[in-house]
Design a protein around this ligand. Structure first.
Ligand code: SF4
Ligand code: SF4
Length: 116
């Protein structure tokens, strides 16, 4: 789904962490795996064995879910433990990709970019 450019431009994330709790895959590119494993001081095999699973379509890797379904990298204060190297999928949402109904689930979008 693509949004009107005006609405996308207005979006300012308020770091509520809600989208890190949504169902689905946190897909990883090969570059993501390399960057994140290096950031965590792990070799890639160790990182994959510890933090990755197959995407539901079995086409690649995803970060695993924590108990309760949130991304395993989401911290208690709603910050991302790998923020400097978070996956491209995370960096691109919602300006580069989004889905039908995302605005109803994102506090910043619901408020038109104002404070959440
Ligand atoms: S749900 Fe929206 S406001 Fe909350 S962290 Fe995600 S993009 Fe930011
Ligand atoms: S990697 Fe970080 S930004 Fe991406 S879903 Fe997980 S906690 Fe959220």
């Amino acid at each position: 789904m693509s949004l009107p450019a005006s609405r996308i431009f207005e979006h300012h994330c308020c770091l509520c962490g809600a989208c890190c709790r949504w169902e689905g895959d946190v897909c990883l590119t090969d570059a993501d795996v390399s960057a994140i494993s290096s950031y965590l001081h792990m070799d890639e095999a160790q990182f994959i064995n510890t933090y990755c699973r197959l995407q539901r379509n079995r086409q690649g890797l995803s970060l695993v879910d924590a108990d309760g379904g949130a991304c395993c990298m989401l911290q208690a204060d709603n910050t991302c433990s790998i923020q400097p190297v978070k996956p491209q999928q995370c960096r691109d949402f919602p300006k580069q990709w989004n889905f039908l109904g995302w605005e109803e689930r994102c506090p910043a979008a619901r408020k038109g970019g104002q404070t959440c």
